[in-house]
Design a protein around this ligand. Structure first.
Ligand SMILES: C[S@@+](CC[C@H](N)C(=O)[O-])C[C@H]1O[C@@H](n2cnc3c(N)ncnc32)[C@H](O)[C@@H]1O
Length: 224
């Protein structure tokens, strides 16, 4: 498996270069996901959020902005990536490679583009582990590349840190919530229009049913 330690120093630039065809930067996609969460999930004031597989903290930065008054923590297996998380994220939360340093009472846990880097046999266990850190009723949001979209598949095939990637159809991701403590709530397709037709983007929330989105979100909650 590729290790993100090798890519941590220029992760943001690599993502931006890789998605150049969309006319957007890595920051656009991180902000998009944070706004999606803010729009779809009502979180109590002062909520605790865990960005699981946070990398260098791109999404965590935006979660902090759209969900003020809360605490954003981050976990990643890549030491180099965690070492590059910004100081202002660190002063408000814990960013670590050590799961034992984290809580078990999060209102929200986000796994953004992590699972396709995890071997299929290990995915259920990782989701169970992440879910066990939710408070009762807490939500788990999984963002993944949509393998049905040919442009997504092409972008992944060109990306240096996606050499190990095995994409998951959304049916596989939803299947991880058939039994146990986590129950599936919904699945949305997201990210439809490149920058050159950005005037169409206000329609994206109405297209969440449409399987050609570049990515998808699967949302579950803890019931036991
Ligand atoms: C494509 S990056 C995504 C980073 C960030 N979530 C984002 O959306 O920008 C995938 C991240 O998942 C991390 N990762 C891979 N396997 C992991 C695991 N088993 N547990 C936690 N993080 C993992 C990698 O180290 C890497 O930082």
């Amino acid at each position: 498996m590729a290790t993100f330690d090798t890519f941590a120093a220029n992760y943001q630039e690599l993502v931006t270069e890789n998605i150049r065809i969309t006319g957007e930067t890595s920051d656009y996609f991180a902000a998009y996901k944070a706004r999606y969460i803010a729009r779809k999930i009502a979180l109590p004031q002062g909520s605790r959020i865990l960005d699981y597989g946070c990398g260098v903290g791109l999404l965590a930065e935006h979660l902090m902005k759209v969900l003020p008054g809360g605490q954003v923590d981050g976990f990643d297996v890549s030491k180099e990536s965690i070492g590059r998380v910004s100081e202002h994220l660190r002063v408000q939360g814990t960013f670590t490679t050590n799961l034992d340093a984290l809580e078990r009472t999060y209102e929200l846990i986000v796994l953004s583009n992590v699972l396709h880097h995890v071997t299929p046999v290990d995915r259920q266990d990782l989701i169970r582990e992440a879910g066990s850190r939710l408070a009762l009723g807490g939500k788990l949001v999984i963002f993944e590349h949509n393998p049905i979209n040919p442009l997504t598949r092409w972008v992944v095939s060109q990306c240096p840190f996606d050499e190990d990637a095995i994409l998951l159809p959304n049916g596989e991701t939803r299947g991880y919530f058939r039994r146990g403590e986590l129950q599936l709530l919904w699945r949305d397709y997201i990210v439809f229009f490149p920058r050159w037709v950005k005037w169409l983007r206000p329609f994206e929330p109405f297209l969440q049913w449409c399987p050609v989105g570049a990515q998808y979100a699967v949302v579950a909650h803890r019931v036991l």
